[in-house]
Ligand binder design. Structure first.
Ligand code: ZN
Length: 524
């Protein structure tokens, strides 16, 4: 679409207030519209059309190359079934239409990173069309559906480096790696939803074991198409932002472009349809070049590759794909919130983090665990705060305590046998010790006692015996007569001092609220 194109009405014009932009200069409301194009490298053993290793971590340039991916004449490409399967899994997960018939096209252009002089891609017959990912922004907001136009499979280009001097270097290790391209409908209206969509897609690819999708490593690359209109449901002239290396850059570049478009419009100017880059240091986008049209590429079907009928390939049968997919990230998120009353941020932590999710799932799913909803809440709190804190301190990313140990500890807290202070101590003792100077030293597998044994031997069992508590408090009062007098004279801080003494003597094994009420009662 160019500047002179007639305006096109969008189908879905229900726009939430947070999806509009109000100009700080004029107070006018604008309607941003964003569509995303996302490329993601797929995790396979070999490349898309040859048997070279697909190894994103290979550091030695031009190691995983052969006559096929180097584009030598007379070679024949062979389709990688695993890559096709990954894309079909993604399509199935998002409820898309899976094509039965598909074919491959040559996209012709010359560039040093494309040795054949064309890229093999899918133009007219993509594997996947339609589909939707519903974005959950949390806070009880309605889900934001992001419709997907298509997903197709192609081969990646080589990677060029222009930083070594006044010449360029090309590494062909990446040439021919399976690459998935996903295009959304222009139905996104804010930087937040765009960022959340890209994160959700990354998560999906990881859940499906289809790719790492690490943006910093270029395994996932997001391009933003953005326009701003003065009228709801109408498209303005769009700009395209390329080379975004992080989710944060996706969001920041959109925020910047919305303001830039509005400024241009309000100054009476016209937005030029072009490709722009994003400078992470300044947070600004900059003009790169005018946009090519797709017909510049002279697409035509690749004569070297067979047409595929998906229904003829047993491994790609819909039932088989469905059973291999498992519970999806958004299904897990919704279930955690519904079944366990999890807060948004806790559910997110479990959905995002494999280690914590597996630990939590084993905790709630343990046989004969017989957890009450309250007990599960206590468990969630300990995992997301104390255990997460210890993992952060630890040199490992694993949770070093066992699930049965954790279940026994939570049981004791539930029965009132352990105070939260004592539970923290037990976790800490199991995990390691605080060395001199405050450094944390792990003692992996050194602690073989159960939480009950640790608590009993270290005097951490919560003292619920009122007589014993009174006796201990009386002893503290006896040796602190001066402080008691100060409290009686109105000094509140003195009470805190006495409470501190009680916690110290009891090693934190008394319930602080009970200690306070008992102390006040005795002093009176
Ligand atoms: Zn090769």
């Amino acid at each position: 679409m160019t500047q002179t194109d007639p305006v096109i009405k969008t189908q879905n014009s229900s726009i939430l207030p947070e999806n509009t932009y109000v100009s700080p200069n004029t107070g006018k409301t604008y309607y941003p519209v964003v569509g995303l194009e996302i490329h993601a490298e797929l995790r396979t053993n070999s490349k898309m059309f040859c048997s070279c290793k697909n190894d994103p971590d290979e550091e030695k340039p031009n190691t995983n190359i052969c006559a096929i991916c180097m584009g030598h004449p007379g070679t024949l490409p062979v389709i990688n079934k695993e890559a096709v399967k990954h894309v079909i899994k993604v399509g199935t997960a998002i409820g898309a239409s899976i094509a039965d018939y598909t074919e491959w096209d040559r996209k012709n252009y010359f560039y040093p990173d494309i040795p054949k002089g064309y890229q093999i891609t899918q133009f007219a017959f993509p594997l996947i069309t339609n589909g939707v990912i519903n974005i959950d922004l949390g806070g009880g907001l309605p889900l934001q559906p992001v419709k997907i136009t298509r997903i197709h499979l192609e081969e990646d280009t080589a990677s060029s480096s222009h930083t070594k001097g006044d010449f360029s270097l090309v590494d062909f290790n990446r040439a021919g790696v399976p690459l998935m391209e996903l295009v959304t409908e222009p139905v996104i209206h804010s930087a937040k939803v765009a960022g959340a969509f890209a994160r959700e897609l990354q998560l999906l690819l990881r859940y499906l074991n289809a790719g790492n999708a690490n943006m910093e490593k270029g395994e996932m690359r997001v391009e933003v198409n953005i326009s701003v209109s003065t009228e709801q449901g109408v498209f303005g002239t769009k700009a395209e932002i390329k080379n975004l290396n992080s989710f944060r850059s996706v969001e920041r570049s959109i925020e910047f472009e919305i303001r830039r478009h509005v400024d241009v419009i309000e100054e009476g100017g016209k937005i030029v349809q072009e490709t722009r880059g994003f400078d992470e240091t300044t947070g600004k986008t900059f003009s790169q070049r005018a946009k090519e049209n797709s017909n510049d590429y002279r697409y035509f079907p690749d004569p070297d590759l067979p047409k595929i009928f998906i229904s003829e390939i047993p491994e790609l049968a819909p039932d088989r794909i469905k059973t291999e997919i498992g519970e999806l990230p958004w299904e897990k998120r919704a279930r955690y919130k519904k079944d366990f009353g999890m807060k948004d941020e806790d559910a997110e932590m479990f959905v995002q983090n494999d280690t914590f999710r597996k630990f939590f799932d084993s905790f709630v799913g343990a046989e004969n665990a017989n957890h009450s909803p309250e007990k599960i809440k206590v468990g969630i709190n300990y995992i997301t705060s104390d255990i997460a804190g210890l993992v952060k301190k630890s040199s490992k990313t694993d949770i070093l305590i066992s699930v049965p140990f954790f279940i026994e500890m939570i049981d004791m807290i539930d029965k009132g046998e352990l105070s939260s202070r004592a539970a923290k101590d037990i976790l800490f003792k199991y995990w390691g010790t605080q060395a001199e100077g405050g450094a944390f030293v792990e003692n992996i597998n050194d602690e073989t006692r159960s939480p009950k044994q640790i608590a009993e031997q270290e005097g951490l069992i919560q003292k619920n015996d009122p007589e014993a508590l009174k006796k201990m408090i009386q002893e503290i009062i006896d040796v602190n007569q001066g402080v008691v007098a100060e409290y009686k004279a109105g000094k509140e801080a003195s009470l805190q001092f006495l409470l501190g003494q009680i916690m110290k003597v009891s090693k934190g094994s008394v319930n602080p609220a009970v200690a306070k009420s008992t102390l006040i009662e005795i002093i009176k």
